[in-house]
Each structure stands twice: as structure tokens, then as C-alpha cells.
Design a protein around this ligand. Structure first.
Ligand SMILES: *Cc1c(COP(=O)(O)O)cnc(C)c1O
Length: 371
């Protein structure tokens, strides 16, 4: 393949010396659970988001589950989730014991359609879990108004949107609490699993830390039924190094997105991503839509351009959820699943390469419209 869709190895080679030093620092410290590496990253990441607290946890899914548990959202409760999202958002609600209540996507932004949320609220609704999908923040103000009117919590699923902003506020500051994933392929990724919860609420941060550490604050004193979900100090040390590059790498993603927007503006059959007013995407993914998505994917592969699909099967059609939701219809989400195609984006690509990729896509798409 001439170009790669994603290259996590690039993030290692471009910071090798500092990452190797961080590794040796943790090994030499003798602290392999918790310790300074974790608390240092936690405060750096909270500061980066502009928030008061961040708590390292095992992964992004557990970040969301712990946020729900800490807010006592579970059995008998409903959590509003976007129909169009990675399955983890729905799983977080169901693993916490609550029922995910899907709301269809906005056909323009592909994020949750805010105009449809109010009709999905019932007496049992306790929270809205907006997903900043593909890196684009969901507008915070209309959610805040709904939260106030119906006494709901806003739990951001920010797994794809480290550093993205709405009205100059970063994700992690757009609701009551946010869950982040540090899965290697995310904008801020570790070299293994990792996750974080960000909030301004001191009590909530404490509770999440407790629940992720056997319900214990003082060793062998277990105040409640907790679990084990902690950020590995090795990963925390790596994340501290990579956090210093996040803005630069997000900026590169933004420049690549601009190249795509410009070169592909007139390409027949392609619907390009559109951002809502006032938001700044982290451009985790650049998702276009095309009616012959499978054909385009294959033709691009033959030209050395790998593409991917986020996501090819809607959650309500997945084996996990079709028993419960299979008879529901979320037409915009279904349309996105049928037509979406993610173009290569990331700091591993130069702007020249992005230009080459875009011209190949334009040419291939033009040829295919003649077929
Ligand atoms: C990656 C992702 C998650 C889950 O993160 P993990 O670290 O893999 O558990 C949750 N939500 C969304 C939208 C994601 O993209």
C-alpha cells in the first residue's frame, strides 16, 4: 500500500527518545500501579482540557461506565445515546444496568440530532451521552438547556475528540463529565489500553477513583463495591509525552481535512463532512459519503489508497442489540452506515501526500460516475 490509513508506529518513531526515557523512568521507579506517572498525567490532561480533575482508568468504555455508576445511573434508568456511534457508547449504558435510548443522526453533521432528543426523554431519562463523533463536538448549549429543563446529566463520550472545541471550550468541559479513550488509534493514544474521566466536580472525580480501585481509598478499607479500572503508569508516562504533541498533531489533521475539502469540493458523488457553527473538530476521522461506497473503497485500494468504514453496521442491527432494537428504524444512521467511507488522516501523512491522495480520489470518483 502506497499510503497508510493509520500509523501508530509513527507516533513512536517520532518521539522515540522521550518515550524510551519515560519507559525507563517508570521501570526504575519501581511503581507499577499508580504513582507519580499517573498523577502527573492526570493533572496535565485536566489542565489541557481546562477542567479541574481527570482520573485515569482502564479504557474508554470503563470511563463511561464509571461515570454512569458514580452518578448512580443504572437499573431502570434510561440514557439517551446517538444511534450513529461506535458500539461502546451503547454498551456503557447497558453495562451500567441502564437502557440506551437511541436518537437518530443529524444528516449534515452525522452527530446526534439535537432536535430529536426532547421527544425521546421520558420520566426515566437520567442522562444524555452525546458522542463527539469523528472528532466533531456536539453543540453544548442546546444540550445544557435540555439538561436544565429535565434535570439530566450530560456525559460526553469524547473518545474521538481530544482537544476539539465548541465555542472555544474543549471537550471535557462541555457537560458534567466526559469519558476519554487512549486506545492507540485515537488522537491521543497510548501503547495499549487506557482511558480517562474529566470533570469539574470534585466529589464525582473522587467517587470514580474509588469505584475504579476496589471501592477503596485507604488500602484494605473497602467503602463500597468497586471494580478494578486503573490507568497503567507505563501508559500514563507515554501519554504525558504524547500530550505535548497533541495540538500539533491535531493541527496537521485539520490541514489534511482542508486539503480534502478543497480538492474534493466538486468531486461527483461525494458528500463531504460539514461542521456545525462554532465548533473545531479534532478530525479523528474524515468521513465522506458515497452511494457506491464498496466499489469506491475497492477502486481506491487498487490505487494504493486505503479507506475504512465507521461504521458499516448500525448498532441496532448488530448481534449485540438487534433483539432489543432491531425493529426500530433510524433512517439517517442507516444511510450513513450504508454510504460512509473514511479517508486516511493523521499526523503520519504530509500535506503533499494528502494532496496526492485527494487527487487520486477525485479521479477515481470521476471515472466511476462514467461506469
Ligand atoms: C474508542 C471509542 C470508545 C471506547 O474506547 P476504548 O478505549 O476502546 O474502550 C468509546 N466511544 C467511542 C465513540 C469510541 O470511538
Amino acid at each position: 500500500m502506497k499510503y497508510s490509513f493509520l500509523d501508530v508506529g509513527f507516533t513512536y518513531t517520532s518521539l522515540k527518545e522521550e518515550l524510551d526515557a519515560a519507559y525507563h523512568h517508570v521501570m526504575d521507579s519501581g511503581m507499577y500501579i499508580g504513582g507519580d506517572a499517573v498523577s502527573a498525567f492526570e493533572s496535565e490532561f485536566a489542565a489541557y482540557c481546562g477542567a479541574d480533575y481527570s482520573v485515569g482508568v482502564g479504557n474508554g468504555l470503563e470511563a463511561l461506565i464509571l461515570a454512569l455508576r458514580a452518578m448512580e445511573i443504572g437499573d431502570g434508568d434510561e440514557v439517551i445515546v446517538p444511534a450513529n456511534t461506535f458500539i461502546a457508547t451503547w454498551l456503557a449504558a447497558s453495562q451500567a444496568g441502564a437502557t440506551p435510548v437511541p436518537v437518530d443522526a443529524d444528516p449534515v453533521t452525522m452527530n446526534i440530532d439535537i432536535a430529536l432528543i426532547e421527544a425521546a426523554i421520558t420520566e426515566r431519562t437520567k442522562a444524555i451521552m452525546p458522542v463527539h463523533l469523528y472528532g466533531q463536538p456536539v453543540k453544548a448549549e442546546p444540550l445544557r438547556q435540555l439538561a436544565e429543563k429535565y434535570d439530566l446529566k450530560i456525559i460526553e463520550d469524547a473518545a474521538q475528540a481530544h482537544g476539539a472545541r465548541d465555542n472555544n471550550l474543549r471537550t471535557g468541559k462541555l457537560g458534567h463529565v466526559a469519558g476519554f479513550s487512549f486506545y492507540p488509534g485515537k488522537n491521543l493514544g497510548a501503547f495499549g489500553d487506557g482511558g480517562g474521566v474529566v470533570t469539574d466536580d470534585a466529589e464525582l472525580a473522587d467517587r470514580i477513583r474509588l469505584l475504579g480501585n476496589y471501592g477503596s481509598k485507604v488500602k484494605y478499607q473497602h467503602d463500597e463495591v468497586g471494580g478494578n479500572s486503573r490507568l497503567d503508569p507505563m501508559q500514563a508516562a507515554m501519554l504525558s509525552v504524547k500530550l505535548r504533541k497533541l495540538d500539533e498533531w491535531n493541527a496537521r489533521r485539520g490541514e489534511i481535512a482542508s486539503v480534502y475539502q478543497e480538492v474534493l469540493a466538486e468531486t461527483p458523488g461525494l458528500t463531504l463532512p460539514v461542521l456545525a457553527e462554532g465548533v473545531e473538530s479534532s478530525w479523528h476521522l474524515f468521513v465522506v459519503r458515497n452511494d457506491d461506497r464498496q466499489g469506491l473503497h475497492q477502486a481506491l485500494l487498487e490505487q494504493g489508497v486505503p479507506t475504512a468504514m465507521h461504521y458499516p453496521i448500525a448498532n441496532h442491527h448488530s448481534g449485540a442489540f438487534r433483539n432489543e432494537f432491531g425493529d426500530q428504524s433510524y433512517p439517517v444512521t442507516e444511510e450513513i452506515c450504508r454510504t460512509c467511507l473514511s479517508l486516511p488522516i493523521g499526523p503520519h501523512l504530509s500535506l503533499d501526500q494528502a494532496g496526492e491522495i485527494a487527487r487520486i480520489i477525485d479521479q477515481v470518483a470521476r471515472e466511476r460516475t462514467k461506469l
